[in-house]
Write a protein that binds this ligand. Sequence first.
Ligand code: FAD
Length: 471
Amino acid sequence: APIIFWFRRDLRLSDHPGFAEAARSGRPVIPVFIRDELVDGLGAAPKWRLGQGLESLAADLERRGSKLIFRSGDALQALRALVAETGADTVCWTRAYDPDSIRRDSAIKAALRGQGIEARSHSGHLLFEPWTVANRSGLPYKVFSPFWRAVRGREVAAPEAAPSRLAAPDVLPASEDLGSWALGRALRRGAEVVRTFVRPGEAVAHEKLENFIHEKLPRYPELRDRPDVDGTSGLSEYMALGEIGPRTVWHTVMRALQSGVPGAEAFLRQLAWREFSYHLMFHSPVLLTGNWKPEWDGFPWSEDSGQPHVVAWKRARTGVPIVDAGLREMYVTGRMHNRVRMLAASYLTKHLMTHWKIGMDWFADCLIDWDPAANAMGWQWVAGSGPDAAPYFRVFNPATQAERFDPDGSYRRRWVAETQAKPPKTAEAYFRAVPRRWGLSPRSEYPDPIVRLDDGRRAALAAYQAGKSRV
Ligand code: FAD
């Protein structure tokens, strides 16, 4: 009988434990992607990017004699229908760790097993399953460094190669048309602007990794904080959608480490931050929805997402060039450099005294590398409410940070057009991307700072002092 393989955020064929097992069985494999309510609930940019990844995966499967079947609706019903149509007796997938997926997947597993169908979930999204890492008291970690020490020397299984051919069933089940789903519809700035910056798919992810190892890894520790330099791997969007597996990245970088490439250790540590975010989310799903440290409940953050300061922040018109540059980069490309993510988040939660959830939601709408755990951890880390967070009173000064990490201003010039006689195409792309009703053009005046940096800092610290007994 055929095996149904349900793809979700694991859009690849190599380094794929679940898919490799299905392929090895020699039985016909029916790959399916289901547009269920969790897919419908994605933000605009990640949903569009998912569509790109699906196109690429579908083409990769076709090259191996298979075909990705698209279905929409409730996932259990869709899987049951496929089982009935194909006579499959097994359904497998790669595990997800956010509470909504866990709830859905557990219910599906129980229901399928109840009707005599084998239902199996596999590892693959992470290097270390969250329940396999615990401190000496058997509890989950809350601080990164001991987590890193605990996993640093662990054995990581070697990644499987992609199967070269796949057995297909005699009759393929019907598929919906991916194009008709219009996954890019909500991307109001027009997929055509974002598209010019994006190259989806597993093959590109591998190419990026190789290029990074050879060209950038040696200087990673020194350049990773510089938004003006292309010094990081750019792998996050591929990792978020599973277009490349973490074991592939880990082993490739480990080999570099063993041959003495200096940046390798620092890079593995960053990969472990990704693992840590999943560890936190799995063990404390509150990470996604509320202050991880409850002492922060009641902190006087504004929760009004329509207030003018928040609108200015989202539109990248705060008058603080490094913050605006980052927000524009994200709006246009779906990505933002890590250092600038921290500055934009700090500015919102401190200078503008706005709740981190408002920022997190905006990122979830705009980032093509959106990842539930990394995004929530990033925001709570900057806001001060998260585990192992930066202390709230350490307010980044965006002006001095810009001088330090974008010393000649080239990153800001790449994204902020108004101050330049001849802005580069990147800076102008923002004006092509924004909705007409915002009434902006490269000839618009660049705004004065919406708050003076000193005033914003003082107000944030005063609020912190006032609530200090609690937080
Ligand atoms: P590299 O420096 O090349 O790092 C390699 C990989 O390690 C990344 O691809 C990523 O998978 C992982 N990684 C690196 N830093 C972190 C980190 N701090 N936390 C978790 N994983 C990390 N990352 C996302 O993937 N999705 C998000 O939605 C996201 N939201 C964020 C929000 C805020 C407020 C902040 C401060 C950070 C956020 N990050 C997020 C983490 C980080 O900014 C990105 O992973 C990084 O910029 C991606 O670029 P890169 O792949 O070139 O990184």
